[in-house]
Design a protein around this ligand. Structure first.
Ligand SMILES: [Zn+2]
Length: 691
């Protein structure tokens, strides 16, 4: 799925799905007054810095006021308008959780679960006192591994409890037939963010690997190993992970679904895995007996097979022990583990200066674990039906704009246009929250057992996920929770998803006019819709099947135009020595440019129909100027250099400065609204354009 922004957790492992309606427990608790909210505006003239020429650097012009008011907090690696709203939502969630955590006979089943899980997570004293004892049974299981023959059952168990070792098996829509759910075998098993961290040879990357080994070393030592043993084991972990990394596709290669499309069946896969009894693994995992499968990265599984054969079993145990400790070294484990993990991942890799307060991390944890139980109350309190209607109206207007735009394209043939429009009008719009809430009745949450709760949540989610194999696809499923400040397009579902948490100021407001709302939220709606037609999304047909519907000639013309953007972003040096990756960010860059263009033509149509006076000034700006400023102001963000580096290397989204300036440089309509001259920096000679 394609997110508007990188997620604080991996998109692919987000919880989801809804089986049956649960009692509306929100009705039993009297909504308390929401915490005082700062006034956030979609178009905010007070944030504009008039000392800067808009034609020189529009991002600075639109955001400097915001930068001055919002120094980067010590506990954040980047802080922008998305974080501003995210933190506000988190305060709202905290209030709900605190209310639910007070034991009372009147609590509903869901309130008991989210409330007791929050209380367990907040109970640092108990977590510290228990030490790593709650993890002992799992460590013992790993210690009992004697031969490669025992590995399948052990690995199935570890995967069920959330341990990211070796590969990942889960349910996904078949590439060839999006209506059927089959098992997918994906590459996994790395402790660093992605495979290139293991292969880059520049000085900074070499240093980061040394720091990683030191981190693994310290975690092993905290778990009771001698210093010498911990050092040796950390080296073993890096060696095994490096082998896995080298056999994995790069994140850019993973963007092309053709690279991941390798249909097979469990029996054939078993034949290839000569040293790993896949049938035993599948049986132990409790996956339904459906033969059809997809081997996303054949080279990776082949290397895993070889690795099982030639790696001494004590080294396999070491690797598994690390991934178990790593999976649980957060709020479920003593503070020493928690802090060490923060120190490497947030501080060393991304520059945070202070760990986030525990309540913040516990609130986010419950949102990840039981987001629809928590989200149900959130929606009842903070997402009025009118917001849903506004969102729907805007989505339909942008869809119409895209229809009109497709008609006007001079490079696309009539034949492809028909197919493109078919796909466009099949897109399902999902807004706010699921129609049917997810059923958590089988999940057991016990107060005072933070680690056990984490384990049971993983088991519950894994069981739910595997149960999908062989069942009809549930198109009502959400991959983001309702309070999330983000949005996504799912190419296999062919739907766009806008969580309730996002449809509010500073991104959308009933109190502001269309110029502001279309420049901001409208561009996001357009962004998500455009994903269905970006270099990746365009490979899927209207039903979500990976099936080419383009004529050869149109495909070439599209690629030519897209290449213009690859070059444009490749040329950007985000931090000294690190350029953006044009191909990695292509889908998002296409969506940014296409999305803003669609919002612009949708808004112009609306403004003309309403006879808006385009010369009238509000706060000193024309409607057109406010449209562009509202667009830019959604991206105001302060980012630490370490985070900027990580982002440039591995995030498919360009940094926010370029999501503003580079996108606007490609739209001459922007330059016209501010009367920019040919020699100005915001005007470039050869703009890229697709839509
Ligand atoms: Zn996107």
């Amino acid at each position: 799925m394609f997110c508007l922004r990188a997620m604080p957790y991996r998109c692919s492992i987000v919880l989801a799905l809804l089986l049956a309606a649960v009692p509306a427990f929100c009705q039993t608790a009297a909504p308390a007054a929401p915490p005082a909210a700062p006034e956030l505006r979609v178009f905010d003239p007070a944030l504009v810095d008039k000392t800067i020429d808009p034609c020189d650097n529009f991002y600075r012009y639109s955001c400097n006021g915001w930068f001055k008011r919002n120094p980067l907090p010590a506990d954040q690696t980047s802080y922008g308008r998305f974080t501003e709203l995210y933190e506000l939502n988190r305060l709202h969630l905290k209030q709900i959780l605190e209310e639910s955590s007070t034991p009372a006979a009147t609590r509903t089943a869901n309130e008991q679960k989210i409330g007791d899980e929050y209380a367990s997570c907040m109970d640092t004293a108990s977590v510290n006192k228990l030490g790593i004892a709650p993890l002992k049974p799992e460590l013992d299981r790993i210690a009992a591994l004697r031969t490669a023959g025992d590995l399948p059952a052990l690995l199935a168990h570890l995967h069920a409890i959330g341990v990211n070792a070796f590969f990942r098996m889960g349910a996904n829509q078949d590439f060839a037939d999006s209506s059927s759910m089959i098992s997918f075998y994906d590459a996994a098993g790395l402790g660093l963010p992605e495979r290139d961290y293991y292969t880059r040879t520049d000085a900074k990357s070499v240093e980061q690997r040394q720091q990683y080994v030191a981190h693994v070393h310290r975690i092993f030592a905290l778990a009771g190993e001698t210093d010498m043993q911990a050092a040796k084991d950390a080296d073993t972990v890096l060696a095994i992970e490096t082998r896995l990394a080298k056999a994995s596709l790069t994140i850019t290669e993973q963007r092309d679904p053709q690279n991941l499309n390798h249909p097979t069946d469990v029996r054939s896969l078993q034949k290839e895995l000569t040293h790993f009894a896949l049938a035993d693994y599948v049986a132990a995992a409790g996956a339904p007996a459906v033969g059809k499968a997809n081997n996303s990265e054949p080279k990776f599984l082949a290397e895993f097979n070889t690795l099982v054969a030639d790696t001494p079993i004590d080294q396999v145990r070491t690797y598994l022990r690390w991934h178990l400790l790593h999976a649980y070294s957060g709020t479920s484990m003593p503070e020493s583990f928690d802090l060490e993990t923060w120190n490497f991942y947030s501080h060393t890799l991304n520059g945070a200066e202070k760990q986030q307060d525990r309540w913040k991390r516990c609130t986010s944890r419950i949102d990840r674990e039981m987001g629809e139980a928590l989200g149900q109350v959130y929606v009842a309190r903070y997402f009025p039906p009118s917001a849903k209607q506004h969102a729907l109206d805007m989505t339909l207007a942008i869809e119409q704009a895209m229809d009109k735009d497709i008609s006007s394209l001079d490079w696309m043939s009539a034949e492809t246009k028909v197919k493109a429009k078919e796909k466009l009008h099949t897109v399902m719009n999902k807004i706010g929250y699921p129609d049917k809430w997810r059923d958590y009745s089988k999940l057991v949450i016990m107060r005072g057992d933070a680690l056990g709760n984490q384990r049971r949540v993983h088991e519950f989610n894994q069981a739910r996920d595997l149960a999908k194999i062989g069942k009809p696809v549930d198109k009502g499923e959400w991959m983001m929770t309702p309070p999330t400040v983000n949005a996504y397009y799912d190419p296999q579902m062919n739907n766009v998803n806008f969580p309730a948490g996002y449809f509010q100021p500073p991104f959308f407001s009933d109190k502001e006019d269309d110029a502001a709302n279309y420049g901001d939220m409208g561009s996001t709606v357009g962004h998500e819709l455009t994903h269905g037609f970006d270099d990746e999304g365009r490979q899927y047909d209207k039903d979500g099947n990976l099936k080419n519907w383009w004529t050869k000639e149109d495909e070439e013309k599209f690629t030519q135009r897209a290449d213009c953007m690859v070059k444009q972003y490749d040329a950007i040096e985000a931090v000294p020595g690190v350029h953006l990756k044009g191909k990695l960010t292509l889908g998002e860059n296409l969506a940014d440019l296409g999305g803003l263009w669609l919002a612009w033509i949708a808004w112009l149509d609306k403004a003309h129909a309403a006879n808006v006076d385009m010369a009238a000034l509000t706060d000193g700006y024309t409607p057109e100027q406010r449209f562009w400023i509202a667009y830019a102001q959604q991206w105001c963000t302060q980012t630490r250099p370490e985070q900027l580096r990580s982002q440039a290397q591995g995030d498919p989204h360009a940094p926010d400065e370029y999501r503003t300036n580079t996108v606007l440089q490609d739209l001459p309509e922007f330059a016209k609204s501010f009367s920019c001259k040919k020699t100005d920096k915001m005007v470039i000679a050869t703009a890229c354009r697709i839509w």
